[in-house]
Design a protein. Structure first.
Length: 672
């Protein structure tokens, strides 16, 4: 007997398919329906033309119980010589498929290699191998098709990784609907991706019990995801882009996450900000930076508040409270220099006192203090222009050490030249260090501007407070203004600023929907009322829910929404099956319901179930079966332009081999 599938497959692949189908038959006979359906689906993924698996799938759906040997007799042909070793009669028949020459054997070995690479998701290696074997791929279209599928997987991998990462972030943030949206995008590109399956199971595990309350929630695996029953626009085709850039972005995201997890929001911001050099519109980086900035700002506000509480406690003579406050500051921000200085004063037995902010010129003093010269002029004279015989007759101990270190054979000229080089290097280091401190003073000493000077004019204090207020540090600005004594001429101005900044903010007026949102809401509610009047409760509930998301429903609309949900409870089980993509199991139930209690909701689910089954067959590269399902849907719906368009497309490929255009088109079709 001939192999009842794609004859272009290799013998070993055919044997694996037949062996799997034999096990699937045993499961169906034993009554393990779900396992048998999974087996059929697996066989059809390996060979979409293997008709016995498709027939078995249909019979499992049509019969609720176990299937007998007699019911599957036509799927278990026998009578082939040597059939005792194989009940199905397929495996012995494979020996009759001979006639392969050496080139056939070579292509068979190449096919095995490519199929193994594809199964292991090593798409880059598969594409490279296919380029090396161009002649073999030209002689065997099935190998070219496998290479094309690998190329598509390879090109879509960066997009899949991006959507999976977005789904994980949304799921971690509790945004289940957003996670489902990103996961659907990833699944449309690579439904077999392991991370897509993992996230799907995680979302399915969060389902709630089926009741009226959960019927219209978007979380978990409930039948309430009614928007899935409506046609959704197809996602745009993926475009090729540099995978190296995506890898770098992923690396920077991971570095930022690590820094953020270690309590270093600024380090995380620095890592995430570098992403904009690669992708200036990267939404995920912007979202994470904004979150880190909010956390950093709040942390800095708390640190400064605690620091000034410590200063106030020190001025009041409560040294233990001051010490506790400064230690708390260092726990939150170990690099807080002002808190370190105040603790050093406490250790020395002195009370904490505010200090003047350092200036860039002051910062250079420690760098020059290591030399013996009293001023920069002396430093220049002694290092850059040493007197004659400085190496032999040092004027200071430092010069003596330099002269003693020089070899007697070098002579005065060489010692002078070496001295000049050393001096020039030291001066260059001083200048570079000074420039670096001047450019990075605010970053290295972030708290220097927030400290109150010991004896600063009140006008400077007011100007500094206004600057802090503009930066959003109003509480610190108020604390500084309150330190101005009543005897100061600017006390009145400081008091007015404090009153203005401490005035409670007037409650914001409730913001209603914009005119555009109001128009969308009115349209949705009008459609909902019309659907409710015609007993189309699925559509009514969807439209009422759409309107309620813009503004709460009131009066009659709220009552109609609640009644729509109650009307859908008798078919909640069918909605669940539709949501689970069990359209084959759902169709017999819907036909029985249509006979006993017909209605628009039943017709709608019938049409969408046939439509989705047709799309699934098209995506399995089986346009003949797809046309059958789409025609069934068209019989029930005469005015559905999307259904008509896809049916016409499928009918074209009934007699034509699916090409690249076909694969691209069906890849981005979305289920209803």
């Amino acid at each position: 007997m001939n192999y009842p599938g794609n004859p272009a497959l290799g013998n070993d692949v055919k044997q694996r398919i037949v062996a799997t189908f034999e096990q699937t038959l045993d499961l169906a006979i034993a009554g393990n329906r779900q396992e048998a359906l999974l087996g059929c689906d697996f066989v059809l993924r390996m060979d979409s033309q293997f008709e016995p698996a498709r027939h078995l799938q249909e019979r499992i759906h049509a019969n609720p119980g176990a299937l007998s040997h007699e019911a599957l007799a036509d799927l278990m042909p026998g009578g082939v010589a040597g059939g005792a070793e194989d009940e199905l009669g397929f495996l012995p028949a494979l020996d009759d498929l001979g006639g392969f020459d050496s080139s056939d054997a070579a292509r068979g070995g190449l096919r095995d290699e490519l199929e193994q690479l594809f199964a292991e998701r090593r798409y880059a290696e598969l594409v490279a191998r296919a380029h090396q074997e161009g002649a073999a791929l030209a002689a065997d279209p099935s190998l070219g098709q496998l290479a094309g599928m690998a190329q598509e997987k390879l090109e879509s991998a960066p997009y899949v990784a991006k959507f999976v990462a977005a789904a994980r972030s949304s799921l971690a943030a509790g945004e289940t609907a957003e996670a489902v949206r990103h996961l659907d995008k990833a699944r449309s590109l690579d439904p077999d991706h392991p991370e897509v399956g993992e996230l799907s199971r995680a979302l399915a595990g969060g389902g709630a019990p089926l009741d009226e309350a959960s019927l219209f929630t978007l979380e978990g695996n409930t039948p309430s995801d009614l928007p899935l029953l409506q046609p959704t626009p197809a996602s745009p085709p993926a475009q090729t882009f540099a995978s190296e850039s995506d890898r770098r972005i992923a690396q920077l995201l991971a570095e930022g996450d690590a820094a953020f997890g270690q309590g270093d929001p600024q380090g995380a911001i620095d890592s995430w900000s570098r992403i904009f050099l690669i992708d200036i519109d990267h939404d995920e980086a912007a979202r994470r930076i904004e979150r880190a900035r909010r956390l950093k700002a709040e942390s800095e506000r708390q640190v400064e508040e605690i620091f000034h509480d410590g200063l106030s406690a020190g001025e009041a003579g409560d040294l233990p409270a001051a010490r506790k406050a400064f230690e708390r500051v260092l726990e939150l921000q170990p690099t807080h220099l002002a808190a370190q200085e105040q603790l050093q004063l406490l250790e020395a037995g002195q009370a904490p006192t505010p200090r003047s902010p350092a200036r860039s010129g002051d910062a250079l003093e420690p760098l020059g203090s290591g030399f013996d010269s009293p001023a920069p002029v002396d430093l220049k004279e002694e290092i850059l222009v040493p007197p004659e015989g400085a190496a032999a007759q040092p004027r200071k101990e430092r010069k003596g050490k330099v002269a003693e270190a020089a070899s007697p054979a070098t002579g005065p000229a060489q010692g002078k030249r070496k001295f000049l080089l050393i001096g020039a290097g030291v001066l260059a280091l001083v200048l570079v260090a000074g420039w670096f401190l001047f450019q990075n003073w605010d970053r290295l000493f972030p708290n220097s501007e927030n400290e109150t000077p010991t004896q600063a004019p009140s006008s400077d204090a007011i100007a500094r407070a206004k600057k802090l207020h503009e930066q959003g540090k109003t509480e610190i600005a108020i604390a500084q203004l309150k330190r101005i004594p009543p005897s100061d001429p600017l006390f009145g101005e400081a008091r007015d600023l404090v009153k203005a900044w401490e005035a409670p903010t007037a409650p914001a007026e409730p913001i209603g929907p914009s005119p555009e949102q109001a128009a969308v809401r009115d349209q949705a509610l009008n459609q909902a009322r019309e659907a409710y009047t015609s007993r189309a409760y699925l559509q009514a509930a969807e439209r009422f829910k759409e309107g309620s998301e813009i503004a709460p429903l009131e009066g009659t609309d709220a009552e109609l929404f609640e009644d729509s949900k109650r009307q859908l409870l008798p078919i909640a089980a069918q909605i669940q099956l539709f949501h689970d993509h069990e359209w084959d199991l759902l169709l017999p139930q819907l036909w029985r319901l249509r006979e006993s209690s017909p209605g628009p909701d039943i017709d709608r689910m019938l049409i969408d179930s046939y439509y989705n089954l047709g799309l699934r067959e098209l995506q399995r590269t089986n346009p003949v079966k797809g046309v059958e399902q789409l025609r069934e849907a068209a019989k029930l719906s005469q005015n559905d332009p999307e259904l008509r368009r896809n049916l016409e497309f499928a009918e074209v490929y009934q007699t034509r081999e699916p090409d690249l255009l076909y694969r691209i088109y069906v890849k981005y079709l979305r289920f209803r």
